[in-house]
Structures are given as structure tokens and as C-alpha cells.
Design a protein around this ligand. Structure first.
Ligand code: GDP
Ligand code: ZN
Length: 463
């Protein structure tokens, strides 16, 4: 429960600062009508109706701007509290004077970052996937990201997690029934078997969500790419080439676990995150075992690896030098570079490595030969591999690592339930309860009892 101090009326500029047609100042909290009285100085507003008004300084009485105001009466507002939006002209001095005026009201304070959304969550207006979706929607840079985020913000993702959670609680209800009714009362045959079948089906569903190749996370935040290869093959040249292209967005992303920078690029509409790990620098001493180990780790942590070798180092049939060949997995694409030094190099031929079909391209990063084909082919290969087509009808469920963690834990509890028998229904029920709570952590709704009660009311057991 939020304390009263937190529940003060808050205000903030909701649009970017600077010159523009309009700026919106948002005010939320119990004293919104007082704010209205002091700065709009009119009779009570009609809710949800935009009104032309003058914005007045509460103490000096000076007119600050001529704008529009709309009052959202709680709980039918974004935060579930009373909300007032002042639509003013966007200019530095106007914005400063209106925010300054609000700071003169003792019952108001400036909002902290994300505080409006926080109140929406606390008020039950949004659950966690919706909050995540809203943030992702604002951050979305590609069409795929926008669509995914919009769905989450609208509650579609939450609904799917809630379905899953309700399914587990239904299963739990059957087991609970067996506990409650065990002493000599009539109970339908097969209730226990029913529950087991439910649990098996639920486990399969969760497993299918988990086995999604990280598609949702990739759509949302990008493909994690590691580049590796022998020294002097052209790895640094490739990075420079990718980063300097006009279409490339070079964003230094602060590393989450280490103090490293990641390079975030847009390759053919696909966000790709290249981390500056073993694949880039230390592999220059790839011949050393330690370098190989580092590269192996980086490759494992990535969604896709790109092995860069010089055409000079590959034999006539395109076989890789053994030091890199042993690092090639089914998630490795290969780029033969320096084709200018080997005019006989075979261009863009499909090939197999260790029996696995891989994509191969041939370029000269020096002359530019083959680079366009490589970029288009690479983007297409990523699209196909991770099902990233914008028109794909399948909406992935897991878009944040957090979702995966809780689903994995839920799967573990259901497995634990399936290992129990009809003799230990009490323990089995506990496992299912934990499973439901784990899924509930995704949406932030962990109340099991509510649903259980309502299920029991119409759950038909015996006579
Ligand atoms: P890295 O050690 O794998 O990062 O390789 P670099 O990108 O540092 O390149 C090593 C050397 O090869 C540099 O002198 C590059 O200019 C050169 N180089 C890169 N690509 C090509 C190419 O396609 N053809 C030729 N002839 N030289 C290249
Ligand atoms: Zn290098």
C-alpha cells in the first residue's frame, strides 16, 4: 500500500521539452480539482471534455498561457486517480512558468520518473506485462517492435499468462478437492487422473513457450551476434563497415553484466546487438587455447555467430582452418573475406559444416565486392532463422528474460507435482500452488485463493 506521502498530487511535463505546437503537463492525485481551482480558476470541469482555458499563476494571478485542459475523473483515468492535462504552447519559457506555478501549490510535487505509470500499476490499471509493453512501445524503433509492444500494452500478453495461471489453479482445485473430501465422502472417480492429465498438458504448453528460440526477446531487443575468426581476417573491418553504413544506428548500450559496450545496429530492419567480447579482440590470439575458450563462451551466449575468415586461409573447397572449424556450430554463419586476394574464391555458395547447412558469403571489405549481397543475405537469413517476419501470425509470449525465469520455475514445480502420487496429494497441491505463483509473478498477480474460491463454488464434486 502506498503511503500518503507517495499519494501526493504529482505533476510533470509529459511531452519533450522544447519548441513545438503543444506541450502537455500532466497532473495526477487527490488534489487535482484544487489545482484546477487555482490555475484554471473556473467552476468544476466536466470530466473527459476538453476545454479552452487560460492558465493563471496561483499567487500572482498573471496569465501564463492560453491553452486547453481536460479532466479525467478517477478511477477512469490512466493512473486511476483524478488526472488533469494542461495542453499549453510548447516553449521553454511557457513550460517553465506553468511548472513553476504548480510548484507554488503546497499540495503538489514534481513527479518522479515513471511515477504516473507506477500509480497506474498500483491502482490495478496496468499489470507488469502492460507496464513493460508501454515502455517497449515508447522505445520501439522497428515495426515489429511496435506491434509486439502494442499487444503487450493492450493486455494480450497478460491474458495469455493469466490463462496459463488459471489452468494451473483449476488443476490445483481438483487436488484440493481430493484433500478436502477424502474422508468417506463421495468423489467422482478419475479426478486425480484428470488433474495429472491437466498438469501434463500445461507442462507441454509451458515447454512450447520456452522452446521459442528466444524469438520474442529477439524481436523486442535484437539478435545477439558474436563475430569470431582468426587474426587479420577482417573482423574489425567488418565492424567498421557495419557501423559506418548510413542505415546503421550505432548506439553504445551499457553492458548489463560487465563494463563493456555493445554495438546496436539495424541490419535490414533487424535490430542486431554485437557485443565487444571474445569474438572481437581477444580472438586475435585465437591460436591460444584461452582465446578459443573465450570465443566458445561468447558464441554460446549469442543467438548467432559470424565466423570471418580470409579466403587465403580457406582451402579451395572452402574448408575452414581447423582452429575455427571446431568452433562452428549450427548457429554459425561464415563470411569469406578478402576475395580480392583470391579471385577463384567461390561466391555465396550454400555449404554444409559438420553436416549442418550454414549460410556462407564471400566479400572483399577492401573493394566492397559482395558486401551488398552479404548484407541482404545476412538480414534474410536472420529473419528466416528466428521467424522475424513482420507479417508472421505467431505472436511470441516471452518478450522479457523475466518471463522466461518465472515460466521455467513454474515448469519445475509442475514436474515436481507429476513426480508425486495420489498418496501425497498434500505435497502435490503445494507444488501446483508454487507453479501458479511463479506464473503469477509474470503479471504481478499472485493471489491464488481468489480464483480457487471462485472455482470451488462451481466445481462439481460428488453429490
Ligand atoms: P581482424 O584482425 O580480423 O580484426 O582484421 P582487420 O579488420 O584488422 O584486418 C586486417 C587487415 O586486413 C587490415 O590491414 C585490413 O585493411 C585488411 N583487410 C580487411 N579486409 C580486407 C579485404 O577484403 N581485402 C584485403 N586485401 N585486405 C583486407
Ligand atoms: Zn581486429
Amino acid at each position: 500500500r502506498p503511503s500518503d506521502a507517495q499519494r501526493k498530487t504529482i505533476y510533470a511535463l509529459s511531452t519533450p521539452p522544447g519548441k513545438a505546437g503543444i506541450a502537455v503537463v500532466r497532473i495526477s492525485g487527490p488534489e487535482v480539482l484544487q489545482v484546477w481551482k487555482h490555475v484554471v480558476r473556473r467552476a468544476e470541469p466536466e470530466p473527459w471534455r476538453m476545454e479552452r482555458c487560460k492558465i493563471i499563476h496561483p499567487t500572482t494571478g498573471n496569465m501564463l498561457d492560453d491553452g486547453l485542459a481536460v479532466y479525467f475523473k478517477g478511477p477512469k483515468s490512466f493512473t486511476t486517480e483524478d488526472v488533469l492535462e494542461l495542453h499549453i504552447h510548447s516553449g521553454r519559457a511557457i513550460i517553465a512558468s506553468v511548472l513553476g506555478a504548480l510548484s507554488h501549490l503546497p499540495f503538489c510535487r514534481p513527479a518522479e520518473p515513471g511515477e504516473f505509470t507506477r500509480r497506474a500499476f498500483l491502482g490495478g490499471r496496468l499489470d507488469l506485462p502492460q507496464v513493460e509493453g508501454l515502455k517497449d512501445l515508447i522505445d520501439a524503433e522497428t515495426e515489429g517492435q511496435r506491434r509486439l509492444a502494442l499487444e503487450a500494452a493492450g493486455g494480450a500478453v497478460s491474458a495469455r499468462f493469466e490463462d496459463l495461471r488459471t489452468g494451473i489453479i483449476r488443476c490445483l482445485a481438483k487436488i484440493e478437492a481430493l484433500i478436502d473430501f477424502s474422508e468417506g465422502e463421495d468423489i467422482e472417480d478419475g479426478v486425480y487422473e484428470d488433474a495429472r492429465n491437466d498438469a501434463t498438458a500445461l507442462l507441454a504448453t509451458i515447454r512450447s513457450y520456452l522452446g521459442d528460440n528466444r524469438r520474442g526477446e529477439i524481436l523486442r531487443s535484437g539478435v545477439r551476434l558474436t563475430i569470431f575468426g582468426p587474426p587479420n581476417a577482417g573482423k574489425s573491418s567488418l565492424l567498421n563497415f557495419l557501423a559506418q553504413r548510413e542505415a546503421a544506428i550505432v548506439t553504445p548500450v551499457p553492458g548489463t553484466t560487465r563494463d563493456i559496450l555493445e554495438l546496436s545496429l539495424d541490419i535490414g530492419g533487424i535490430p542486431v546487438i554485437i557485443s565487444d567480447t571474445a569474438g572481437l579482440r581477444p580472438t586475435d590470439d585465437l591460436v591460444e587455447q584461452i582465446g578459443v575458450e573465450r570465443a566458445r563462451k561468447a558464441i554460446q551466449a549469442a543467438d548467432i555467430a559470424l565466423c570471418v575468415v580470409s579466403c587465403e586461409d580457406a582451402d579451395a573447397t572452402g574448408n575452414l582452418p581447423s582452429v575455427v572449424a571446431e568452433l562452428v556450430t549450427e548457429n554459425t554463419f561464415v563470411l569469406f573475406n578478402k576475395s580480392d586476394l583470391r579471385p577463384d574464391a567461390s561466391a555465396n555458395e550454400p555449404n554444409t559444416t559438420n553436416g549442418t547447412p550454414t549460410h556462407r558469403w564471400t566479400t572483399s571489405l577492401k573493394t566492397g565486392e559482395g558486401t551488398t549481397e552479404f548484407l541482404t543475405g545476412f538480414a534474410q537469413a536472420l529473419k528466416t532463422r528466428f521467424d522475424l517476419d513482420e507479417d508472421s501470425p505467431h505472436t511470441p509470449l516471452i518478450t522479457h528474460a523475466r518471463h522466461r525465469v518465472h515460466l521455467e520455475s513454474a515448469a519445475g514445480f509442475i514436474e515436481a507435482f507429476l513426480e508425486t502420487t495420489a498418496e501425497d496429494v498434500v505435497i502435490g497441491a503445494e507444488e501446483l500452488r508454487y507453479a501458479a505463483q511463479a506464473v503469477g509473478k509474470v503479471t504481478g498477480r499472485i493471489d491464488v485463493e481468489d480464483i480457487l474460491d471462485s472455482l470451488f463454488r462451481d466445481f462439481c464434486i460428488g453429490k
